[in-house]
Design a protein around this ligand. Structure first.
Ligand code: ADP
Length: 230
């Protein structure tokens, strides 16, 4: 079994208005390469914070995050951005598309950052995969929530990530679009072997992964294989 993500004694505190808030407390787990995993737990329990630390969007207060053999704690913000650009995909809960760029241009950004060729054609191909080839020239405000989510998925797929983090990937979608998005994610996991880590409230979606990590009050309170992993 190969490990793609190793989390050791991970803690995160925020300081605000002179007070220290402990958001994650001594979290330990590792993630098998190519597996699909869900993180569940009540609102405010620290799931989004945990996902951001695992993906190198933010830095831990204590403990370590080793992603694909790279210890993210030792890296500057710029270096962590490089790591993300090389092999990490991230789907944000609120999409985080750049408002001044079209759908196509949003998908082109990571390809451009990687200095790749034929980026327009490749971005168009990615938009086609999520069923939005005809919407490439639209700006985010001209797209529905579900369409924006699919653009953000095309962008997250653009660097053929080894690991894909998704924060409530179906949370803002109607049932039919949610099904399509789930299929895109699980197809990527099966066909390309991309490791998936999903934060979700949807226990049915969590049950389609192999493993559920449950967070409560900033602690990892359960770590279970699902029926499909048995
Ligand atoms: P979840 O994703 O489980 O809803 P979050 O990780 O978003 O939980 O938040 C966990 C806790 O951390 C919440 O109490 C939230 O208010 C707090 N928090 C998150 N980000 C920050 C921040 N940048 N500064 C201060 N507190 C924060």
């Amino acid at each position: 079994m190969e490990t793609i993500l190793d989390i050791t004694n991970l803690s995160k505190t925020y300081k605000s208005a002179g007070k220290t808030l402990s958001v994650l407390d001594d979290i330990n787990f590792n993630i098998e390469t190519g597996s699909a995993n869900a993180i569940v737990g009540p609102s405010g329990s620290g799931k989004t914070t945990l996902l951001g630390l695992c993906a190198g969007l933010d830095r831990a207060t204590l403990g370590s995050v080793v992603l694909n053999g790279v210890n993210l704690n030792n890296l500057s913000e710029d270096k962590r951005a490089q790591v993300r650009n090389q092999f990490v995909g991230f789907i944000f809960q609120n999409f985080q598309l750049l408002p001044t760029l079209t759908a196509l241009e949003n998908v082109m950004v990571p390809l451009e950052l990687r200095g790749e060729k034929n980026i327009r054609a490749r971005a168009l191909d990615l938009l086609d995969k999520v069923g939005l080839a005809s919407r490439g020239h639209h700006y985010p405000t001209q797209l529905s929530g579900g369409e924006q989510q699919r653009v953000s998925i095309a962008r997250a797929f653009s660097n053929a990530p080894k690991i894909l983090f998704a924060d409530e990937p179906t949370g803002n979608l109607d049932a039919e679009t949610g099904e399509k998005v789930q299929k895109l994610l699980f197809d990527l996991n099966k066909d390309a072997g991309t490791t998936l880590i999903l934060v979700t409230h949807d226990l049915e979606l969590a049950g389609k992964t192999q493993r559920i990590l449950r967070i409560k009050g900033g602690k990892l309170v359960a770590d279970e294989k699902t029926a499909i992993a048995q």
